[in-house]
Design a protein around this ligand. Structure first.
Ligand SMILES: Cc1ncc(COP(=O)(O)O)c(C=O)c1O
Length: 457
């Protein structure tokens, strides 16, 4: 009867925002060498840098924290956590870690190494870095529609199954220790992967005798898209779809800072006993005892409660709709964006928006800095700065130059989003004036976090 999908919660406690002026922000970003990661967060008005760990916890999560038991070994909170994980992802072994990349580091320390190649639909930056850090090779094999920002294909995160088979045949299955699929495909625009595609990847892995793992950070959003878009899946319980996704894989890595609605945490899970033993030993070496990993008991409790809330249909309907609302507004003011809208973020196509800024002058960085200077909006470049720098020191344009506006879960209201759309409209008016950047200092790996830029204006 009513069209408005409103937040399925009331606000219980608030965090004040500090108002800033364009002059203040201009000085702040210059001081930060034009790297948005270097800003003081008090100087940001609307923080769309990431949806990772920035969500608002619920009353029930805060209450669960009070149940946190900090016993070094065998904490009751560990059993609560493990049961909640297994309810959705029934793998034999669960290894808690302080966040997603710790799970990746442990797994690839065992499975990676020189000569090995790891296919993925699109590696997230930390996943790629953790494969490459061991001397392995990370290969992205998303379907061609995944590289076309204007394609309306409903599952643009799908793995190109034919390309996967060709890669395995070319390199030999013994050199492919694991096939990964990232749900949803964060670096490829937050696009979902269909159940049909996961079944097809499973079949290829079975044929070659290769493990299949999920990078499941946004499993609930992916499952919601499956429910909405995949023929035959409408009306299904999201938790049920998640269990089917898990049943197709041999294991998973995840950051609990995304769909599990926690501020910290992650885990690694698998069925293989021998692999588990090797991973557990590494966990003890660098993260902690296996019943807490890198986490406090209270974090384990918050994650367990968050997992129950993450698959709630009212929450997911609001979540996906509010991201689309931001996307529709930005599209209306004339900034090209990746279609269809992703689950956790809207991706602005900076290369199309700023055709006068060549990829090696980082159009994504230019747009991201403009959004900050004009309106205090912090987004994240996902393009040549993030992916254009190779381990041998060479540089080439990334497949796309995007700016990601990631929407923290349950954190901002519709008027915050309306303000962000107004800022985008002003930046769109100023597009011809925007200029590129050059990097004056960078790290060997994951340079985008710490690089210093100079303006070419
Ligand atoms: C798809 C994906 N994989 C892995 C990670 C790494 O997780 P964390 O930031 O908890 O280390 C992220 C984080 O953004 C991600 O989006």
């Amino acid at each position: 009867m009513f069209e408005t999908i409103f937040e399925p919660f009331r606000i219980h406690s608030i965090e004040p925002l500090r108002m800033t002026t364009p002059e203040h922000r201009r000085a702040a970003i210059e001081e930060a060498d034009f790297n948005l990661f270097r800003l003081h967060a008090d100087d940001v008005l609307i923080d769309f840098l990431t949806d990772s760990g920035t969500g608002a916890m619920s009353r029930d999560q805060w209450a669960a924290i009070q149940h946190g038991d900090e016993s070094y070994a065998g904490s009751p909170s560990w059993f609560v956590f493990r049961e909640a994980v297994r309810e959705l992802f029934p793998f034999a072994h669960v290894i808690p870690t302080h966040q997603g990349r710790a799970a990746e580091r442990i797994l690839f320390s065992v499975l990676g190494g020189p000569g090995n190649v790891v296919p993925n639909n699109t590696h997230f930056d930390t996943t790629r870095a953790n494969v490459e850090h061991t001397g392995g090779e990370a290969v992205d094999l998303v379907i061609p529609q995944g590289h076309d920002p204007s394609s309306e294909y409903p599952f643009k995160g799908n793995m190109d199954v034919a390309a996967l088979e060709a890669l395995i045949e070319e390199r030999g299955p013994v050199n492919v220790p694991v096939v990964f699929v990232t749900i949803t495909n964060n670096s490829g625009g937050g696009q979902p992967v269909s159940l049909e595609n996961l079944h097809a990847v499973r079949k290829v892995c079975d044929r070659f005798g290769i493990r299949f793992f999920l990078d499941a950070c946004r499993f609930a959003e992916n499952a919601w898209f499956i429910r909405e878009r995949e023929p035959g899946q409408e009306g299904r319980e999201v938790a049920d779809i998640v269990r089917e996704m898990a049943s197709l894989a041999d294991g998973m890595t995840i950051s609990a800072k995304k769909d599990p609605l926690a501020n910290i945490g992650g885990w690694l899970a698998m069925d293989d006993d021998a692999l588990f033993e090797q991973c557990r030993n590494l966990l003890i070496l660098t993260e902690g005892f296996p019943t807490y990993g890198g986490l406090a008991g209270r974090d384990l409790e918050a994650i367990a409660q968050g997992l129950r809330e993450a698959v709630d249909h009212d929450y997911l309907r609001y979540r996906i709709r509010s991201t689309a609302y931001l996307g529709e507004g930005i599209e209306r003011v004339g900034i090209p964006i990746v279609r269809p809208f992703g689950g956790h973020a809207v991706y602005l196509d900076a290369r199309a928006f700023l055709p006068h800024v060549p990829p090696l002058e980082y159009p994504g960085q230019s747009l991201a800095v403009a959004l900050y200077e004009v309106g205090g909006i912090r987004g994240c470049e996902i393009g040549t700065v993030m992916f254009g720098h190779h381990p041998d020191g060479s540089e080439e344009p990334a497949a796309m130059d995007l700016v990601r506006l990631a929407v923290p879960r349950r954190t901002y209201t519709q008027s915050h989003v309306d303000y962000a759309i107004e800022v985008c409209a002003e930046v769109a008016r100023r597009a011809p004036e925007l200029r590129g950047y050059t990097i004056v200092e960078q790290a060997q790996e994951l340079r985008h976090f710490t690089a210093r830029f100079a303006s070419l204006a």
